[in-house]
Ligand binder design. Structure first.
Ligand SMILES: Nc1nc2c(ncn2[C@@H]2O[C@H](COP(=O)(O)OP(=O)(O)OP(=O)(O)O)[C@@H](O)[C@H]2O)c(=O)[nH]1
Ligand SMILES: [Mg+2]
Length: 610
């Protein structure tokens, strides 16, 4: 029932019950943890009946239930969209202590843990002057080694100080910590209701992406992350607002929408500054992500290998560090009234140091993995097996192509960022030559630079390979823009000048009379294929072989039997195609890097064999 009063009501006057019912009309606006008004009205009743009064408040500030006495039988109406181990319940419990003690009791703390309340707030009612009442609150702030919730308590604070505590930031921060600790990415479970927001500003850009295209892609990213996009907003402005990015009026409009439609999450298409993100969060009272954070979130869900996880965590920490400092404002305000340096402040410094330590540690781990990889690569280079890497926009069909070319079965899906960890397979080329084919993470426009940096060691594989296959989904209307975005990332990686074969994929999806395929296949070093329909794969293999040959040369060497160690070295250096034992020595036909020929120059036997 909408305004039922729970608990033991025996002996309580009707007028008091009527007063309690009016608590349902109170709304905590603007993200405040508690208002003096609510606290004082609760204290007033408590003082009168000498029993505890509890009020349960949702994130949007609405009062969900009111109860009397300290029994725990309140049945809370379910709160939408807040489930999963790493999620708080979305409800906070405000209650009074008739004995005047403003601190949380052991019972309070277990109720906090058992119900996963957003917060447990106690108001110690000081009679007769209830305006002198103080409060404190506890929040779940982590999970310890025994998988028990850890709780931290703050206070006591005066009611005025309590009004200054901005709650949504605290709750969002705690949920992020819990996400980390339970190893679940923040969007992984439950479906969060999200709105997406884009802005068109400045001169129309030359890249060809409209703000709407980009927003459509953001929606796909949100889908991939597991959020449900319930609305999209696009604003045109001459330039971004320094404090809120979008216009302040727009922020108001969104805040209203978010409250009415029970939205959990607001995702911006552009990168927000830490201050903008904080300001918007404060005005809207929901979590705010930007494109970068969303992509990082997807990567966190997808990373499987140890290295991949480390790289994503590194990128996330680097993204979080400046933002935690921003968040500190909310926390340090807590400490404001208590001493010169409040508990929030010190804790924050500890957090920052922990993050820095962790960043240093992860960098070290990645460095170690990297040196092992460099060794492997050196081994391969010595064996002179040519390497070919697949690059391209996300969802272009890279993994599908690797599967068809190498009869493999790696994960390929119609979703963004299906592949995160590099996969390597042996590729047989028509001239009996072999190569190593590597599939990698897809690129996207405005790929977060933290990610590019974190994945540098993985992507080095790309930079080092002999030939790149740039896979392009020609059936996508923005394929040209996508290709340009890929070139930009390649440029960032220093791989723009490598030998690149342009592979126009998904040709089967083009209407037969479009003429596009004919036009594209005339371009230099390019080919039209369908990885899925297995169309023109032989042509592609031949083209790869041809490109590799440009780098490798076929030479004949005659090694005298007295120098037979050189035969072994030639086997190591290249691919031996033929070997014959003549009277003068061993004749070998070897495919090897042009640069390596010099090392064996004295054995060159250009005319030894017809
Ligand atoms: N019609 C058609 N669909 C294709 C073709 N190649 C790939 N696909 C589909 O495109 C989707 C994406 O393929 P993936 O191979 O996962 O793409 P990817 O480039 O590896 O993508 P990420 O790993 O997410 O960056 C899948 O649904 C494939 O079945 C093709 O030649 N024709
Ligand atoms: Mg893939």
């Amino acid at each position: 029932m909408a305004n039922e009063i729970y608990g033991n009501l025996k002996g309580i006057r009707n007028s008091v019950i009527e007063e309690l019912k009016t608590f349902y009309d109170i709304r905590l606006e603007g993200g405040q943890l508690l208002t003096s008004e609510l606290a004082l009205r609760m204290a007033d009743v408590t003082d009168f009946i000498n029993r505890e009064v509890s009020v349960y408040v949702a994130r949007n500030g609405q009062v969900l239930a009111v109860s009397v006495g300290n029994d725990q039988s309140v049945e809370l109406p379910p709160v939408e969209g807040r489930r999963g181990a790493s999620r708080l319940s979305g409800v906070r419990c405000v209650h009074t202590h008739p004995n005047g003690n403003p601190l949380l009791s052991g019972v309070d703390i277990s109720a906090l843990k058992n119900n996963r309340f957003d917060a447990m707030i106690a108001v110690g009612v000081t009679s007769p002057d209830i305006s002198q009442s103080q409060m404190s609150f506890g929040m779940i702030t982590g999970i310890d080694d025994n998988e028990q919730y850890q709780v931290e308590c703050y206070g006591p604070l005066t009611l005025q100080e309590a009004e200054g505590v901005f709650f949504p930031n605290l709750a969002a921060m705690v949920e992020r910590i819990l996400d980390k600790q339970t190893g679940s990415a923040s969007l992984a479970q439950g479906t969060e209701r999200a709105i997406i927001v884009g802005m068109e500003y400045g001169a129309p850009n030359s890249s060809g992406w409209t703000a709407e295209d980009s927003l459509e892609e953001l929606k796909q990213l949100a889908d991939t992350a597991g959020a449900e996009v319930v609305a999209r907003f696009l604003q045109k402005r001459p330039k971004p607002d320094p404090a809120f990015f979008i216009g302040r009026g727009k922020v108001q409009e969104l805040a209203l929408y978010v409250q009415q439609e029970n939205v959990d999450l607001c995702i911006f298409d552009d990168e927000l500054s830490p201050a903008q993100q904080r300001n918007i969060e404060q005005s809207m009272g929901v979590r705010v992500l930007d494109r970068t954070a969303l992509i990082l979130d997807i990567f966190a869900q997808r990373a499987h290998t140890n290295e991949g996880k480390l790289q994503v965590e590194l990128a996330q920490l680097q993204y979080t560090l400046p933002r935690i400092m921003g968040k500190g404002l909310a926390l340090s305000r807590l400490g404001g009234g208590i001493g010169t340096r409040g508990p929030g402040e010190t804790k924050l410094e500890v957090d920052r140091r922990r993050i820095r330590d962790r960043i240093a540690y992860i960098k070290e781990c990645i460095g170690k993995v990297k040196s092992v990889r460099t060794l492997h690569r050196a081994g391969r280079a010595k064996a002179s097996v040519p390497t070919v890497s697949l690059v391209g926009y996300t969802n272009a069909g890279k993994s599908t192509l690797l599967n068809t070319l190498t009869n493999s079965d790696i994960y390929a899906q119609d979703q963004l960022f299906a592949t995160l960890d590099p996969t390597t397979r042996q590729l047989d080329l028509p001239n009996k030559q072999q190569a190593i084919l590597t599939d990698t993470v897809g690129f996207i426009q405005r790929l977060p630079h933290q990610l590019v940096a974190a994945f540098q060691s993985t992507l080095e594989e790309v930079v080092q390979s002999d030939v790149l296959l740039h896979v392009i989904d020609v059936s996508h209307e923005l394929y040209k823009e996508q290709a340009a975005a890929v070139y930009q990332v390649l440029d960032e990686l220093g791989a723009k000048d490598k030998t690149i074969i342009t592979v126009y994929n998904k040709i089967d999806k083009l209407p037969p009379d479009s003429g596009l395929a004919e036009r594209l296949s005339k371009e230099e070093n390019s080919i039209c294929i369908s990885a899925k329909a297995r169309y023109n794969l032989d042509g592609l293999l031949a083209l790869i072989a041809e490109n590799l040959k440009l780098k490798a040369v076929e030479e004949s060497f005659l090694v005298p039997y007295s120098d037979s160690a050189a035969v072994g070295r030639l086997h190591d250096a290249g691919t031996v195609l033929e070997q014959e034992y003549l009277a003068e020595g061993t004749l070998l036909k070897v495919l090897l890097d042009a640069e390596q020929v010099q090392q064996f120059a004295k054995y060159l036997a250009a005319d030894a064999k017809a």
